[in-house]
Design a protein around this ligand. Structure first.
Ligand code: MN
Length: 526
């Protein structure tokens, strides 16, 4: 055990011990940590504090505050001791010159792997080209190899954004743009609504300062009257639902994030009257059935606005988001958006993939439920069919672990599940680079033909050969993660029927078929 903390405090007298945080504060956020968990976190806390003891942040604060806040963000997300430990240590190799061997000796291979992953991601930089943003997001996923690495990186970025105002001005825009274009969409893609909103709203004022001011002014104007209105509507709805036997409910108001509101205002010509969900009423009911029942009850006494009823339970958003949304006219003549969901859907909407890696359970009025499951079910919609009517289309496409999940939804916290999840997320897709460094993601076993069509249909239609890492390969070569592929084209080349057997993606097949048909018709008319 080291005696280190006073070194930090002597150098920066203005920061008290409380500001640095404490091991106790961290472990208190965890759900019944074991003795080993606490011991591990204690060692990491002391190790990181010592490693960074000579360093300060731009704010003048001890560097360790950043490590601590990253660990804390991870604890808040419900991560276990391993991930929190990696979070505390995430900068010790890059910024404190600790060598890998020392980490391996002190904390083992898994934690070293996570730290190295985060360090590697830190080297990928976004330089403002919007058309590269999607490639970069994919590259992030491909390079991280483990979802936990991305989650640590997101927790790190939250604190960096919270302290961005201390960073030299010339760096602020790049970092904030990167956050807005890469990290926030990644959090969204992973279903982590809470991180997505936070990252967007922290970057917004740096990337679009004028627009940010404008949005704030609009929200300020709306604030008070709308909250009062929502409270009244909430009371009425609670009474009506109770009368119909739905009593176990929790309600809350949610205010739309400033950046999300900005994007919507852009789409609606800045006419705030066309936006109905600046404030929304969130109603959490016990079961899926209750969601639909509540919708019926609400519509029977308040007229819904046509075209505004959205059933994201039956048709969830691509990132797994589930809820029923409706916009109703109140008796005061205003409109209010109401969102209906179960506690489980709520947990998934806020924490997404993190809830699958988390060992936390959520206490509701109906007892403890694991805050997981739905996200993954929605990622592979087949599971729903499997559950609801037992008839299953495409059952062959459903990975084994998903089938198991359907049989026993509470099983998801096992190590096995986490392993399978990682595999599924990373192994069903491969990431192939163009010679310019753009990233194309394709299904496993894709060929250069699939790649060529994914780049552009003209390139596919006139492809005469392909090089992988500079070497000519046959068109039926199975591409591997990280391959750099160069497609050679010739104007006179056109697809042949053989290509159809090689192509794997629907997109390539469609283009080949239409080209073959065209050739056939041209031949006939000759
Ligand atoms: Mn960091």
């Amino acid at each position: 055990m080291w005696i280190t903390s006073h070194v930090v405090f002597l150098k920066t007298k203005s920061y008290s011990i409380r500001m640095i945080g404490s091991i106790k504060e961290l472990t208190n956020m965890m759900d019944s940590p074991s003795k080993e968990d606490i011991e591990l976190i204690t060692r990491a806390f002391n190790f990181a504090q010592k490693a960074h003891s000579n360093q300060l942040r731009y704010s003048g604060e001890p560097y360790f505050i950043h490590s601590y806040e990253t660990g804390k963000n991870l604890a808040l997300l419900g991560m276990g001791a391993t991930v929190i430990t990696a979070g505390l240590l995430h900068d010790v190799i890059e910024d404190a010159d600790i060598d890998e061997e020392e980490i391996r000796k002190e904390f083992g291979d898994e934690i070293l792997f996570l730290i190295n992953g985060v360090t590697k991601l830190g080297k990928i930089r976004f330089h403002g080209l919007k058309r590269h943003a999607e490639s970069l997001r994919k590259l992030f996923i491909a390079s991280s190899q483990d979802i936990r690495v991305i989650i640590i990186k997101l927790a790190d970025r939250i604190h960096n954004m919270e302290t961005l105002k201390h960073v030299p001005e010339e760096k602020q825009l790049r970092i904030a743009t990167e956050t807005l274009e890469i990290f926030a969409p990644l959090a969204y893609r992973l279903g982590m609504g809470i991180l997505n909103r936070k990252l967007e709203d922290l970057s917004f004022p740096f990337v679009y300062p004028k627009e940010h001011e404008k949005v704030l002014a609009i929200v300020k104007e709306k604030n008070n009257e709308d909250i009062e209105l929502l409270k009244k509507v909430n009371q009425t709805i609670i009474k009506k639902l109770a009368k119909e036997g739905i009593t176990n409910i929790e309600t809350s108001y949610r205010k739309k994030g400033a950046y999300s509101l900005y994007k919507k205002l852009e789409r609606k010509d800045w006419d705030v009257n066309k936006i109905y969900d600046i404030f929304a009423l969130r109603i959490i009911v016990p079961t899926v059935n209750d969601c639909y029942k509540a919708l019926g009850i609400i519509h029977s006494f308040r007229r819904p606005m046509p075209g505004r009823i959205k059933d994201y339970i039956a048709f969830s958003k691509p990132n797994g988001y589930q809820s029923i949304h409706t916009t109703i006219f109140t008796r005061f003549g205003n409109v209010v958006e109401v969102q209906l969901r179960t506690a489980e859907m709520h947990g998934n909407a806020e924490y997404g993939i993190a809830s699958h890696l988390s060992y936390k359970t959520k206490k509701t009025k109906n007892g403890f439920i694991p805050t997981n499951n739905i996200w993954i079910k929605k990622l592979l919609p087949n599971i729903q069919k499997l559950n609801n009517n037992g008839k299953n289309q495409n059952l062959a496409d459903v990975p084994v672990w998903i089938k198991k999940l359907a049989e026993n939804p509470n099983d998801v916290q096992s190590q096995e599940f986490v392993e399978e999840l990682k595999k599924d997320f990373f192994e069903h897709r491969i990431f192939i680079f163009t010679p310019n460094g753009d990233v194309i993601d394709l299904p496993v076993d894709s060929s250069p033909i699939d790649f060529a069509y994914a780049v552009h249909s003209d390139i596919g239609n006139h492809m005469s050969g392909a090089k992988v890492h500079g070497k000519l390969v046959s068109l039926d070569t199975k591409l591997k993660n990280g391959d750099i592929v160069d497609i050679i084209t010739k104007k006179e080349i056109t697809p042949t029927a053989k290509w159809l057997n090689i192509a794997k993606t629907a997109d390539a097949k469609r283009h080949i078929k239409s080209s073959l048909k065209k050739q056939f018709e041209e031949d006939r008319n000759r």
